[in-house]
Design a protein around this ligand. Structure first.
Ligand code: 13P
Length: 334
């Protein structure tokens, strides 16, 4: 695939005031979310829930793309229209999660590595045919007293780079997601150091594998205090530390950076993005690729009555999309 085409898709993903909705939960993860609101995790309920999200009126005003799961990219609305068609007709770019989740890294207790490279070329070919134009692979980096090791960081970044190279070969923009997990008692500085080490390793691996940075999107975690750290950094501190870390490690040729929400409250996720975008011009657009922070309010409403509350649930999806779209411009007010 030509770099021009990949770069065009990447730029469309981070168009001004727009971001990505992540609805690519694996069946195990969506089951956890459904369990939390008392909904049975059947294929039909997963389909109906994703239909509610994807058919939110005017979603395309603030959303440029959606990341789907393997099951979801093959599903249709109750009227039989493929989700990918609904999306493309509305200018929402279909994306697909292609990793197979995390597994223990042998020899490094407590650390994980993401799997899914075997057979990936053929899976990407099929996803392209199904309409996907970007893909996502998530690596998980945990912080604890003796983690992460440089070995775990490098193993994960190597896999991310192998995945990214295959995506570009098959015409999909790779969204590379090395998530530094918020759980733990670590402080902001520790999160900074780990995030910096991860991003240095990642961009080194991408260069080694010949990945075209101009056709790649980074999905980053924010530099933030661990969830059980006694001293929780303020919004402005998180924004400043995250920007400093990104500016120190990420090439200016990257078309854009999107953030995961990672367990932050809906409002915090929006506030952090907004604060970063108020801190002046950066080398890249900064926007959202939120899962939970886009969906959690809507899921609660939808769960009360799986068919009766569609409009109310969709209104909250739209409200989150609008707030985050404004935050991507630095124009959100609480
Ligand atoms: P959260 O925003 O819920 O962290 O999900 C984003 C995502 O895609 C994680 O891989």
């Amino acid at each position: 695939m030509s770099i021009e085409t990949l770069a065009e898709i990447a730029l469309a993903m981070v168009a001004p005031g727009k971001g990505i909705i992540a609805i690519d939960e694996s069946n195990a993860t969506i089951k956890k979310r459904f369990d939390g609101v008392g909904v049975e995790c059947t294929e039909e309920n997963r389909r109906a829930y994703r239909e509610m999200l994807l058919t939110t009126p005017n979603l395309n005003q603030h959303v440029s793309g959606a990341i789907l799961f393997d099951e979801t990219i093959r599903q249709s609305t109750k009227d039989g229209v493929p989700f990918t068609k609904i999306m493309m007709d509305n200018g929402i770019i279909p994306g697909i999660k292609v990793d197979k989740g995390t597994f223990p890294l042998a020899g490094f207790p407590g650390e994980v590595v993401t799997e899914g490279l075997d057979g990936l070329r053929d899976r990407l070919k099929e996803y392209y045919e199904l309409g996907a134009r970007f893909a996502k692979w998530r690596a998980v980096i945990n912080i604890s007293d003796d983690a992460p090791s440089q070995t775990a960081i490098d193993a994960n970044c190597h896999a991310l780079a192998r995945y990214a190279s295959l995506c570009q070969e098959q015409g999909l923009v790779p969204m590379v997601e090395p998530e530094v997990i918020m759980d733990g008692s670590h402080d902001l500085d520790e999160c900074y150091d780990v995030t910096e080490a991860v991003l240095l390793s990642l961009f080194n691996a991408l260069r080694e594998q010949g990945v075209m940075i101009e056709g790649t999107i980074l999905k980053a975690s924010m530099v933030i205090s661990g969830t059980t750290c006694e001293e929780q950094a303020e919004v402005e501190e998180v924004a400043a530390a995250t920007l400093h870390c990104l500016r120190s490690t990420v090439p200016a040729t990257l078309p854009g950076i999107v953030f995961l929400s990672g367990g932050q409250s809906d409002e915090k996720a929006t506030a952090h993005l907004n604060a970063m975008n108020q801190m002046g011009e950066q080398p890249w657009p900064l926007t959202f690729s939120y899962g939970r922070a886009m969906q959690s309010a809507a899921l609660k409403i939808w769960a009360q009555d799986l068919t009766g509350n569609l409009a109310a649930a969709q209104q909250t999806v739209f409200d989150r999309a609008r707030a985050n779209g404004l935050a991507a411009l630095g124009e959100w007010t609480a």
